[in-house]
Design a protein around this ligand. Structure first.
Ligand code: ME8
Length: 521
């Protein structure tokens, strides 16, 4: 409902050891579409993204490049991570960096509270650490290496050898929260989604939780443990807290009460951190757990999780330079069932661009605007009596609006787009069937022509409103061509079908211009 209720959504904060690839961009666009939808519905929306800048992985990359980790992080944020948001048209309200004072200070405050309340103790740890994951691994998480790593145990995610570490660390008594976590998953089945991720998390916690090592002593690139400055805080413990330090934890109670808790959109690789460690930390601090943790699937290239470290990374600009940011956003959210893995291919991207965006939606919009210009000199005609066919379009507009909203509520972004696309397809069929160009030749059918074009304009305007979160650039152009001077993303999305088609249209350039196939591959 557009009751102004609070909606806070986050992406993971990404490691700055390298530049972004389309896997990171995928998470960003998914969260962005959901955020834009809620904002357009009138909800009190806050969308946070940012960068994870501490830890050994960043330290090693910086050292290898002959700069300090702070210099490295500053450079990557300025040259790669902030520009990414422009490249794919992200509407975040805030960008947090874990090296900011607002974060560091309140991470210390949080940890001090846990320490004072008896949730932290000192102990020895020996285990296998994957620097790629920044995580201690169990033997069951490791696989036999191949190629240059044959004969060694490697991380199943990064395919790189793990390191045996032995340290005296501070520990968080996470094991004390096992039952409370299981009760949470049981009483709130939506807390972790999709079900495949939820089941895996439940199995993991049922096997029994160990305590979590939350400090490191062998390097110093991190936030200092407040009562013992010879340790830095474990990078994941530090990073997870961004979700609350960014909205006023420890400093602005009003802002914190207004925003928290959040819906976390993450890749399934890091669902465990968000659905086990993070709620346990919050429980220990006496704070609310998140609204939801949604672990989406992986983009696969050649059947494997796409990643920079495996050299399968594709930069988002490789796609947007040719197809534009709207097509990027549409393609990944439409072609992949949100929650499942999906393969990226240039052929599929080109085919969908041409069939769905250029021919399906773009052409429809251009034709309708052109016909109003041609037959009514730009004035949107009023409808006379509606036939069953006209009424069916009006009904589809209403259904598409309701179905898309219900799908977004479940974070089923692909279903929301599919529901709206039913209107694209029906409108195309309607125009073919009604043949306005034939009606225009018969003066006795003037009223019918007016009704058909009114219905078509109305349908196209409803599409503009419903697609604004996915295709912000194209829908803004279309909305303005429909003669509107206000912003399309200011139109109430949960009643999109109720907008009024009056006034004059202007000209509309092709929303999705033809692309030469050579350029796209
Ligand atoms: O894990 N397919 O950061 P990270 C889909 N800093 N999504 C992908 C992907 C792929 N092939 N590859 C990456 C971290 N992602 C931590 C997070 S949060 C408190 C700290 C996306 O830079 C996906 O969202 O390794 C995944 O969870 C994230 O990038 C990992 O980003």
């Amino acid at each position: 409902m557009s009751d102004g209720s609070s909606f806070y959504i986050t992406t993971p904060i990404f490691y700055v050891n390298d530049v972004p690839h389309i896997g990171h961009a995928y998470t960003e666009v998914a969260a962005d579409v959901i955020a834009r939808w809620h904002r357009q519905a009138g909800d009190d929306t806050w969308f946070l993204t940012g960068t994870d800048e501490h830890g050994q992985k960043i330290l090693r990359t910086a050292t290898a490049n002959g700069v300090t980790p702070q210099q490295w992080a500053d450079k990557l944020v300025a040259e790669a991570w902030e520009p990414l948001l422009e490249t794919i048209d992200i509407s975040n309200d805030d960008f947090i960096r874990t090296t900011q004072e607002r974060h560091e200070k309140n991470v210390q405050r949080f940890l001090q509270k846990l320490y004072d309340d008896g949730h932290i103790y000192t102990g020895d740890y020996e285990g296998y650490y994957c620097v790629g994951c920044e995580e201690y691994k169990q033997l069951t998480d490791l696989v036999d290496g191949t190629g240059e790593y044959a004969g060694q145990l490697v991380c199943a995610i990064h395919s790189k050898p793990v390191e045996l570490l032995k340290e005296r660390n501070y520990f968080f008594r996470m094991s004390a929260f096992g039952q409370r976590l299981l009760d949470l998953y049981e009483s709130r089945p939506d807390f972790v989604q999709p079900d495949s991720v939820r089941n895996e998390i439940i199995q993991f916690v049922k096997h029994g939780l160990t305590d979590l090592s939350i400090s490191r002593q062998t390097f110093d690139w991190g936030i200092k443990v407040p009562w013992d400055e010879s340790h830095v805080i474990y990078v994941w413990f530090d990073a997870l807290l961004n979700y609350i330090t960014a909205v006023g934890y420890g400093e602005d109670d009003e802002q914190f009460a207004r925003r928290w808790p959040a819906t976390h959109i993450v890749g399934k690789d890091i669902a465990r951190f968000h659905a086990v460690i993070w709620p346990a930390m919050l429980m220990a601090a006496g704070l609310d757990v998140p609204t939801q943790v949604y672990g989406h699937g992986w983009l696969l290239v050649g059947g494997e999780k796409m990643s920079k470290s495996k050299l399968t990374g594709i930069a988002p600009e490789q796609i947007t330079d040719t197809f534009g940011s709207d097509a990027f956003r549409y393609y990944f959210l439409r072609a992949i069932t949100f929650g499942q893995d999906g393969s990226f291919s240039w052929e599929d991207l080109s085919a969908r661009y041409q069939a769905e965006l250029a021919n399906g939606f773009g052409n429809l919009a251009s034709r309708v605007v052109a016909m109003v210009n041609r037959y009514f000199d730009g004035r949107i005609p009023e409808a006379a009596e509606l036939t069953d066919s006209d009424q069916r379009i009006r009904d589809t507009e209403q259904q598409a609006t309701a179905r898309a909203d219900a799908a977004i509520e479940r974070l089923a972004v692909h279903e929301a787009i599919a529901a709206v696309w039913q209107l694209v397809d029906e409108l195309n069929g309607y125009i073919t069937e009604q043949e306005p160009w034939a009606l225009a030749k018969q003066p006795e059918n003037a009223a019918r022509l007016a009704t058909v074009l009114h219905t078509a304009v109305h349908g196209v305007g409803t599409l503009a409103i419903l697609l604004a979160p996915v295709l912000p650039k194209a829908t803004a152009k279309l909305w303005s061509a429909l003669g509107r001077e206000d912003a399309v993303d200011a139109q109430p999305i949960r009643s999109a079908h109720e907008w009024e088609a009056v006034g004059r249209v202007t000209a509309l350039e092709a929303l999705f211009p033809r692309i030469e196939v050579e350029a796209a591959s």
